[in-house]
Ligand binder design. Structure first.
Ligand SMILES: *[C@@H]1O[C@H](CO)[C@@H](O)[C@H](O)[C@H]1NC(C)=O
Ligand SMILES: *[C@@H]1O[C@H](CO)[C@@H](O)[C@H](O)[C@H]1NC(C)=O
Ligand SMILES: *[C@@H]1O[C@H](CO)[C@@H](O)[C@H](O)[C@H]1NC(C)=O
Length: 580
């Protein structure tokens, strides 16, 4: 097998970015990512973050898949809305194991979304794309998102590199509108290697599949390009963009182990109150080993990092994180004595002893502190100060714009069109597990730090979410558009299954509307090689997806479809770009 440079990069890349927690965008999460990157560069490989999902077996699955499905490239204009744009090559991978020619079998395309397409290869190999291809005699494809996974780096022969860095100006082509047109052009023009049949979306039914941000894209594609997208499955689809997102942490509060959640609510109030009083402010930070942190905002976001591990849970223990459960076990752990408790955190300074002996002291605070000392503090290398590791107020940290700073990409989309800043609940009567210090100003400051105004583009003070929500928002609907969500997914409040804002719907074959009991983030997309080993609720959702897709395909008549896509066909014929 020819090893392309990007394949050689794969291991490196995966160590940095493999994660089902793809939506990394809070200031502290990015700070952690940068810290992790520095540590890895130094030690070449160190234990990945527990909040991320980098178990060796997950990596092995991606390696295997990458061997069977070599990467391929499709030429796209950098700017679909200009006549003389430079081009770039968009990556994709094809699974044609199950393809039966001449049967109107579908192409199932997985949108890579905001993470490297390589991360999605297991979905092509053993996950939903393979399941659907097998059931229909079709073809599975993973299509990587523009600019993600280095694909802006790859110019066409004889052309210069279209984007040489990730400055504000260079990122101006990273928009929803451009990404939608990439997918549409790909579907209308792609010619699969070794396959003679015309499998473009003008002649063949395409099923567009995505999870999370890419789930919203799947729904948008069905609405914006109904003549190309025959059917779509929108999984954990955040079709509602929102500047603030307090509901994310609220889902965790509501569905976590009840005892743990009750403790975390009390702790959030206790910690805020201690931070607000000069007499206890220093002591509480000392307890957590973070007294050297100047800003209280940095302190609370550092200790709350563990909450982001909720999203990384998966029904498959090989790829999911159990960090949140371990954290809760620790929080709920009882102590036999004060000595026992103080010993647990290994910091019997005067400050701490006074604190622990104060009336009404909440001992779970010691559990929390012990957890942070054991799991978070060691991430800070010896040659750095706590402030250098966990401080987010140093603008320079976020101003490196070289192409390897891939965290800038999704953050840019957050800052321009999507939002989702993790603020605390605006209604003070709503219980919370996070500090009150999560103000919009501090949550969004990273946008100003990372993206100073360019010559061609100024990032707005707050993201403009109007364009995303204009596409249907919570009530987005269309025939042959399926909406699938996880019951306890922290992103569910932003989906058509939101139990905060969306209307309930009927679940029909034409407009499937399904919830995975106890499921988290797009749990329908991954699968095991032996599907019988999957938990019953996962086997069930896979079976249901196959059933409704097969039912949709019965309606596909090539002749009618060509008629219905006439408009699409005409508009795609005038384009001067060749498929690569
Ligand atoms: C970024 O790349 C552009 C060319 O694409 C170049 O003009 C600009 O000077 C670069 N900026 C930085 C900070 O490297
Ligand atoms: C942002 O955080 C800093 C540090 O904790 C704090 O001093 C400042 O008041 C915060 N700003 C807002 C608007 O909350
Ligand atoms: C936000 O975007 C919408 C449509 O994309 C536009 O009409 C509106 O003017 C924008 N708002 C601001 C404040 O820029």
């Amino acid at each position: 097998m020819r090893l392309s440079p990007s394949f050689l990069n794969l291991y490196n890349l995966l160590c940095l970015s493999l994660s089902v927690t793809a939506f990394v965008h809070t200031p502290q999460a990015i700070n952690f990512k940068l810290l992790e990157r520095q540590t890895q560069q130094k030690n070449s490989y160190s234990t990945p973050f527990t909040i991320q999902d980098s178990q060796p077996n997950g990596l092995a699955a991606i390696f295997d898949a990458a061997k069977e499905f070599p990467e391929q490239w499709f030429t796209q204009p950098v700017d679909h809305f200009s006549q003389d744009s430079p081009t770039f090559r968009q990556r994709y991978w094809v699974n044609n194991r199950h393809y039966v020619p001449g049967t109107n079998a579908p192409v199932i395309v997985i949108d890579g979304g905001e993470t490297s397409g390589e991360d999605r290869l297991p979905f092509l190999d053993t996950g939903i794309a393979d399941i659907l291809a097998k059931a229909t005699g079709g073809i599975g494809v993973v299509l990587e998102h523009r600019m993600i996974g280095w694909n802006m780096l790859t110019p066409n022969l004889g052309e210069s590199i279209p984007v040489a860095n990730l400055t504000t100006d260079s990122l101006r082509w990273l928009t929803n509108e451009q990404a939608v047109e990439d997918s549409a052009r790909f579907m209308a023009h792609v010619k699969f290697e070794g396959i003679n049949e015309d499998l473009t979306a003008l002649k063949t039914p395409w099923i567009y599949y995505g999870g999370s941000y890419a789930g919203a894209r799947a729904a948008h594609m069905r609405v914006l390009h109904p003549g190309l997208v025959f059917g779509a499955v929108a999984s954990s689809a955040v079709t509602h963009a929102s500047v603030e997102l307090w509901e994310y942490m609220d889902v965790i509060r509501r569905f976590a182990n009840r005892k743990c959640s009750w403790h975390l609510e009390n702790l959030a109030v206790t910690i805020d109150s201690m931070l607000s009083q000069p007499g206890t402010r220093k002591a509480v930070k000392t307890l957590f080993g973070l007294s050297a942190l100047e800003h209280d905002y940095d302190f609370v976001t550092t200790i709350e990092m563990v909450f982001e591990s909720w999203q990384a849970k998966n029904w498959d223990p090989e790829i999911g994180s159990e960090e949140f459960e371990e954290f809760c076990k620790r929080i709920n752990h009882p102590f036999d004595s004060v000595e026992d408790a103080v010993g647990a955190i290994g910091a019997d300074t005067e400050d701490v002893v006074t604190l622990v002996n104060s009336p009404g002291f909440d001992f779970t605070l010691l559990n929390y502190a012990a957890y942070v000392r054991a799991k978070i503090l060691p991430k800070c290398p010896k040659d750095k100060t706590i402030e250098q590791c966990f401080g987010t107020f140093d603008d320079a940290k976020y101003q490196v714009t070289s192409l390897d700073q891939e965290w800038r990409l999704w953050l840019f989309q957050v800052c321009t069109q999507w939002g989702y800043f993790f603020t605390s609940p605006p209604d003070h009567k709503v219980p919370r597990i996070v500090s009150r210090l999560h103000t919009l100003e501090n949550e969004s400051k990273i946008c100003r730090q990372a993206f100073p105004p360019g010559e061609h583009l100024t990032v707005p003070p707050l993201p403009n979410v109007t364009a995303v929500n204009a596409l249907g928002d919570f009530s987005i609907a269309k025939d042959r558009l399926a909406i699938i969500d996880g019951e306890v997914d922290p992103w569910r409040p932003m989906t058509p299954h939101s139990d905060y804002y969306a209307q309930d719907r009927l679940d029909t074959i034409s407009e499937p509307f399904k919830i995975i009991p106890n499921g988290v983030h797009h749990w329908d997309e991954n699968g095991l090689r032996d599907h019988n080993q999957e938990p019953p609720e996962i086997q069930k959702i896979h079976r249901e997806i196959v059933e409704f897709v097969q039912a949709w395909l019965k309606d596909f008549k090539r002749k009618d479809w060509t008629v219905s896509t006439n408009m699409g066909e005409r508009s795609f014929e005038v384009t001067s770009w060749d498929s690569g």
